[in-house]
Design a protein around this ligand. Structure first.
Ligand SMILES: [Zn+2]
Length: 323
């Protein structure tokens, strides 16, 4: 019953919005997703809008920005925020792939089995921190071990793509998710800026770029916009990424580099929802020292474990709101 009502509501309001333009009015969109208008702020009435949900989630959007801020966390959009007759607008693509997953939908399946992927390994050291003499491959393996204990305490079954310092192909990491019947895949990494840059820092969480959309990271990611197997989980991917980014930023106070999208090899062929976390910059003078410290890696593991709990609490198998 609830499901039917939800679909009808979405169809009805969707038709209204679509009649006006190919873009959706932000205010209408957030209201139909259950948010309540709190205030529109900014010196220019058109420049920004702010909303809050009954549950306390806040949304902030600003004209021409390519991101929105949800509960204090930056979420990258495919199209910049637009404006129409004094009101902010968002694209249908962003409505479907960002707003619906974060504000409305939940995962269909409660996660039980989680595959942790400590980035790099063996001949592939990943980034290297000179002053504190550690490698990304060792920092990710340690973080994964800490995370495993915490997730097991929450009752999850936890597996690793690697438990030792061995090299693994990216495709094999993703394939393991299917082999093990994993419900979630979490790839752990630490970042580095360009050589000699010791100031860039912050945390970012990636989900697979939806089909037909831009990746927020040009890098080495595949440039095609075709649908990948992992795109079956766009909605869950976005919710998981946002949940993790939110907990990580709260726990570490790190710079919020946002929920981003990329066609990383470990995410493309996944048989379950998954994300890739860049838990800070090893190259940063400040963050590089923090990541060297086990207490800080523990904080990151605790944040991710808490976020998995947040995500699991959103399971709504009957609420199929896609259009
Ligand atoms: Zn890495």
């Amino acid at each position: 019953m609830r499901r039917v009502a939800a679909i009808l509501l979405l169809l009805a309001t969707g038709a209204l919005l679509r009649a006006a333009s190919t873009d959706y009015l932000l205010g209408e969109s957030v209201r139909q997703l259950g948010l309540r208008d709190v205030a529109r702020q900014g010196s220019d009435a058109r420049s920004s809008e702010r909303y809050a949900t009954r549950g306390g989630l806040a949304l902030y959007a600003e004209y021409s920005r390519d991101f929105i801020v949800v509960d204090g966390i930056k979420v990258m959009l495919d199209d910049p925020v637009g404006a129409q007759r004094g009101h902010l607008t968002i694209s249908k693509r962003d409505y479907d792939k960002v707003f619906v997953p974060i504000f409305w939908e939940g995962p269909r399946v409660a996660p039980r089995r989680i595959l942790l992927d400590p980035g790099h390994g063996g001949k592939d050291t990943g980034k290297v921190n000179g002053p504190f003499k550690y490698t990304e491959k060792s920092a990710t393996l340690d973080t994964a071990a800490r995370l495993k204990l915490l997730l097991e305490k929450q009752g999850y079954e936890v597996f690793f793509t690697r438990t030792k310092d061995v090299f693994l192909e990216l495709d094999d990491r993703a394939a393991l998710a299917s082999k093990l019947g994993a419900d979630l895949f979490i790839s752990l990494h630490y970042n580095a800026g360009p050589a000699g840059d010791t100031s860039a820092d912050g945390v970012e969480t990636y989900c697979l770029t939806p089909a037909g959309q831009r990746s927020t990271n040009a890098g080495k990611a595949k440039s095609t916009t075709a649908a990948e197997p992992g795109n079956r989980f766009d909605s869950a991917n976005a919710l998981l990424a946002w949940s993790i980014q939110r907990r990580m930023i709260r726990a570490t106070g790190a710079d919020d580099r946002g929920v981003r999208r990329a066609r990383f090899a470990v995410l493309r062929t996944l048989s379950c929802p998954g994300v890739l976390i860049e838990g800070g910059f090893m190259s940063s003078r400040r963050e590089g020292a923090l990541i060297a410290d086990g207490a800080y890696r523990q904080k990151i593991a605790e944040a991710i474990a808490a976020a998995v709990g947040d995500y699991a609490s959103r399971v709504r198998p009957a609420a199929k709101a896609g259009r």
